[in-house]
Design a protein around this ligand. Structure first.
Ligand code: ATP
Length: 401
């Protein structure tokens, strides 16, 4: 349908980037990126009449189409970018597909497939992307690639580990000299944050972090940072928890990356921790979650650790106000197995516990609206944590008693 529409509007349309790469690798990829030679904006807007939601970015001549079923497609005008100085936001002037593909990060991401006209289905590969896919290697398109955009170093590492590829020799040299030349330090905090987040949210984040450490990327990004074996141990444990008990954990969404950030900062001096958090422009709650993770590990160990038996009630009420990612970090960072076990007990089971009866049930049972109801529910929760009630009837009996 997209191709036909482009045809009707006398535009040329191509699928580009990660989708083409994954298609050739036989891997699933839901992110469809379309490039239009001509004006993408009129193409995007034309879908409104079909009941799609559309959003456009006039300045960049890009936008998205959301189809009624929820499928989202990004559409861009084939463009050439001029970087006025490294790491600036690019200016856009209209140009052809080849230029558009030339400004991409790696050859394997710089292929396109035509989706309209007589050329439908033709692979367009100006820079040897298919050969590099076969060789399972990541290669930049030109020697200034990392100067134009140093985030490509981080994107490259993420992609390399996800696909199990290697960097081609010249690309390795360019990465090392970009790091040595201080290019990563020029990136804005927001761009670094976005890339770090994507890395930490990868299914296998640990090997990526390990390679980043070996390449000296963290020092290049955050001067003074100290990443030692303790940090790595915490990161390994976090990855392990997320792989092994993911489905039992509360849904933390993409906030999980904050636990990794705390782990990376675990052994650094306080001023480095603060400077890094400042640089990344974390929101207030995110900042608090990381600071609490780093500052209150000892408090958590005192509150739920030790040989004494800790009741479920005690564990629950210490952790109930703690952000889940903070608790997750403590579970990974502590060297006390009892602390780890108890925090994981909270994160996998206790956090879900609540009374079956709700406020309106109590009103139906004749209790007056107001503070009393909150108090009863709180006591019911405690009774449930002590294992004194199981069913709804148990709860009613318990209240009456
Ligand atoms: P992912 O699975 O992580 O989404 P992707 O390759 O689809 O991988 P996107 O971030 O969706 O990545 O980007 C889409 C395409 O845009 C990439 O395939 C690449 O061609 C290009 N691209 C993205 N970021 C950059 C960049 N910083 N420099 C050059 N090209 C980029």
């Amino acid at each position: 349908r997209l191709g036909r529409r482009a045809e009707e509007m006398s535009l040329k349309a191509y699928v580009v980037g990660g989708f083409v790469r994954d298609l050739l690798l036989g891997k699933e990829n839901q992110d469809l990126d379309i490039v239009i030679e001509g004006d993408a904006l009129s193409f995007i807007k034309s879908w409104e009449a079909d009941g799609c939601r559309v959003a456009v970015h006039e300045r960049y001549r890009t936008g998205t189409i959301v189809f009624p079923g929820g499928r989202k497609i990004d559409v861009a005008t084939a463009r050439r970018e001029f970087y006025e100085y490294p790491v600036a936001l690019p200016k856009v002037v209209g140009d052809s597909l080849k230029h558009d593909l030339y400004r991409r990060d790696f050859t394997v991401n710089s292929m396109a497939i035509s989706i309209n006209g007589t050329s439908w289905g033709t692979l367009i590969d100006y820079f040897g992307g298919r050969r590099d896919l076969q060789k399972r290697q990541l290669r930049v398109l030109h020697n200034l690639s990392f100067v134009e955009d140093p985030t490509r170093v981080l994107r490259g590492l993420r992609l390399k580990h996800r696909l199990g590829f290697e960097f081609e020799d010249n690309t390795v040299r360019l990465i090392k000299s970009a790091i040595k030349g201080g290019l990563l330090a020029l990136l804005s905090g927001t761009r670094v944050k976005n890339e770090l987040k994507l890395i930490f949210l990868e299914e296998r984040a640990y090997p990526i972090v390990l390679e980043m450490v070996h390449l000296g990327i963290f020092e290049a990004l955050f001067p003074g940072i100290k990443i030692d074996r303790n940090c790595l141990r915490v990161i390994r444990r976090l990855s392990f928890f997320l792989r092994r008990i993911h489905y039992d954990l509360p849904d933390m969404g993409d906030k999980v990356w904050l636990a990794f950030l705390a782990a990376v900062l675990f052994s650094s001096a306080e001023w480095v921790q603060e400077a890094t958090i400042d640089k990344l422009h974390l929101s207030k709650p995110d900042r608090e979650a990381v600071e609490r993770a780093l500052n209150d590990l000892g408090t958590a160990e005192n509150a739920v650790g030790g040989r004494v038996i800790r009741s479920h009630e005690e564990i629950y009420f210490f952790l109930e106000d703690v952000p889940y990612v903070t608790a997750l970090f403590w579970a990974a960072a502590t060297e006390q197995w009892r602390v780890r076990r108890r925090i994981l007990l909270f994160l996998t089971r206790l956090h879900r516990i609540h009374p079956i009866l709700m406020g309106r049930d109590l009103i139906e049972l004749g209790y007056p609206k107001g503070a009393l109801i909150g108090k009863i529910l709180d006591e019911l929760l405690r009774a449930r944590l002590r294992g004194e009630v199981e069913t709804r009837e148990d709860e009613i009996r318990w209240i009456k008693k």
